[in-house]
Design a protein around this ligand. Structure first.
Ligand code: DGL
Length: 258
């Protein structure tokens, strides 16, 4: 089955570009539209109702552009709203959740750490998944302040280092051997995180798994494009300079109110 419509990808802001990168690498010919709702970030401190409403607004915008499939490139939106999105819209959705399973299954110390937003860690979906790994101690930490610093373009600030140290040191003391990055903004912090963690602690994020899942859903339901590679489209509703810089100025960014 051929389908030349675009894949839609959204996040509360620029972090989901870490997922978009993995999708674009695996499926370079697929046309993509990325939507950064930076004006309303962070989602992580919002109520479930707010997250559902914002997610629907983003989906409506992407459907106006005829997307054939939507990737919710945000753990907070997935864990709080994907059930509602699947119930209300008749297209395939792919979500992103903290990768507890590979971390718990491979952990030798049986202690793993998860850094995510408050909205993700409090969600029913996350807690149901975590309950499946009773033999593993899961140290949960809300990454207060991290998303805002990233959205403001302060990735390498002393404040960022200080916050990361305060969140990660207790995990190191508790003997974790895996750190799960449960927020799509956090892969951009890997260089800073590596400076804090001892080398034996593995860092896991979900980008590649989401890209593979996107490929599967295109194969089984939505259909692949038969066109050659086309330029991706990036929309943002506030502070376009930060999105441009995280994309290393390779692609144009359209500022638009949505
Ligand atoms: N990037 C999002 C996530 O994966 C949400 C960050 C936020 O807006 O709080 O959870």
């Amino acid at each position: 089955m051929t389908n030349n419509n675009p894949i839609g990808v959204f996040d509360s802001g620029i972090g989901g570009t870490s997922i978009w990168n993995a999708i674009h690498e695996l499926l370079p010919n697929e046309k993509t539209i990325y939507l950064a709702d930076s004006k309303n970030a962070p989602y992580g401190q919002r109520t479930k109702e707010e997250i559902v409403a914002l997610s629907k607004k983003n989906v409506d915008f992407l459907l106006e552009q005829n997307c054939k499939l939507i990737v919710v490139a945000c753990n907070t939106a997935t864990t709080n709203a994907i059930r509602e999105l699947r119930a209300d819209y008749d297209i395939p959705f792919i979500g992103i959740e903290p990768a507890i399973k590979p971390a718990a299954n491979n952990s030798k110390t049986q202690v793993i750490g998860i850094l995510a937003t408050k909205g993700t860690l409090n969600s029913e979906l996350f807690n149901k998944t975590a309950e499946m790994f009773q033999n593993t101690k899961i140290i949960e930490q809300v990454g207060y302040g991290l998303v805002q610093l990233i959205e403001d373009g302060n990735l390498y600030s002393p404040e960022m280092t200080q916050l990361l140290e305060s969140y990660l040191k207790p995990m190191i003391e508790a003997n974790i051997d895996y750190l799960v990055l449960g927020c799509s903004h956090y892969p951009y912090l890997i260089p800073q995180i590596k400076k804090i963690l001892p080398e034996h602690i593995q860092i896991i994020d979900s980008g590649e798994a989401v890209a593979r899942q996107t490929q599967n859903v295109l194969r089984e339901k939505a259909g692949f494009t038969d066109q050659p590679e086309s330029e991706p489209i990036f929309y943002v509703n506030s502070n376009p300079a930060v999105l441009e810089s995280i994309l290393e100025y390779k692609y144009p960014v359209i500022e638009k109110d949505f």
